[in-house]
Design a protein around this ligand. Structure first.
Ligand code: PEP
Length: 259
């Protein structure tokens, strides 16, 4: 059975003091949760301090982005080796905000996934359609193209740690959540794409998270869907109460699912 993951994307929020305080609150509140993989992804400037705080905790540290070169004249960029050196285990790649505002493409996503895997980081690859694409019936084409483009040339053994996050762009930060049915339909399609590209085993063992206005009030109905393995959480990860509620609900739902 796939272990659920709850990953908090703090985006460009929290200075270092606020970040350390929030990480500490979350750590204290979920120290005994075992069956959910918990990840927090603060801004680059806070990774080192938050990383220290998370040593020997059950929370993993993630970055929100990376560059694919090891080092050199790439002003403003951060390599996967640098992320590893401050304790990161995960990196979000191809978030829709990166694609929308910073020119990220399926090809740069592919380079970044390779750079993450080469350094032993777990990539959390984001895919998702705009409202216009959904309304014109293009959702599955967009998701297929993003997955094929981002994973082009990789074998299933190479990407065996990969996590995919389905995040409909129209649901991110808008308060509009996809219905469980809408999300499940895309998650099932993602597994079908992975099965066609790789194998049934790979498709059924890869975790696929849902992201887009997930909050304590809607996590249960989403998590009950067969192919939803947790969430990538923006807004609700910025407060310890809502984030830890999400983690604890996911943990009890998982225990129920397991029987
Ligand atoms: C996100 O940042 O990936 C996200 C899903 O944000 P929110 O939960 O705020 O919609």
């Amino acid at each position: 059975m796939r272990k659920p993951m709850i990953a908090g994307n703090w985006k460009m929020c929290k200075d270092v003091n606020e970040a350390v305080e929030l990480a500490n609150e979350i750590k204290r509140s979920v120290y005994d949760v075992e069956n959910v993989e918990v990840v927090i992804c603060p801004p680059f400037t806070n990774l080192s301090d938050v990383g220290e705080m998370l040593i020997e905790s059950n929370i993993g540290l993630g970055a929100q982005n990376c560059y694919w070169k090891d080092e050199g004249a790439f002003t403003g960029e951060v390599s996967t080796g640098m992320l590893k050196s401050v304790g990161c285990k995960y990196v979000i790649i191809g978030h829709s905000e990166r694609r929308q505002y910073f020119g990220e493409t399926d090809e740069t996503v592919k380079f970044k996934i390779k750079a993450a895997i080469e350094k032993g980081l777990i990539p959390i690859m984001c895919v998702g359609e705009t409202l216009e694409e959904r309304e014109s019936g293009k959702t599955m084409d967009i998701i297929t193209a993003q997955i094929k483009g981002g994973l082009e040339g990789f074998s299933e053994d190479y990407i065996d740690t990969l996590v995919i996050a389905y995040e409909p762009i129209w649901a991110i930060g808008t308060g509009k959540t996809a219905t469980p049915g809408q999300a499940q339909e895309v998650h099932a399609e993602i597994r079908k794409i992975l099965s066609d590209l790789y194998s049934e085993t790979f498709a059924s063992s890869t975790r696929v998270l849902y992201g887009g206005s997930v909050k304590p009030e809607n996590i249960e109905i989403l998590m009950k869907e067969e192919d939803i393995d947790g969430g990538l959480i923006g807004g609700a990860s910025l407060k310890s109460d809502s984030f830890t509620d999400l983690i604890k609900s996911t943990a009890s739902l998982y225990a129920e699912k397991k029987g």
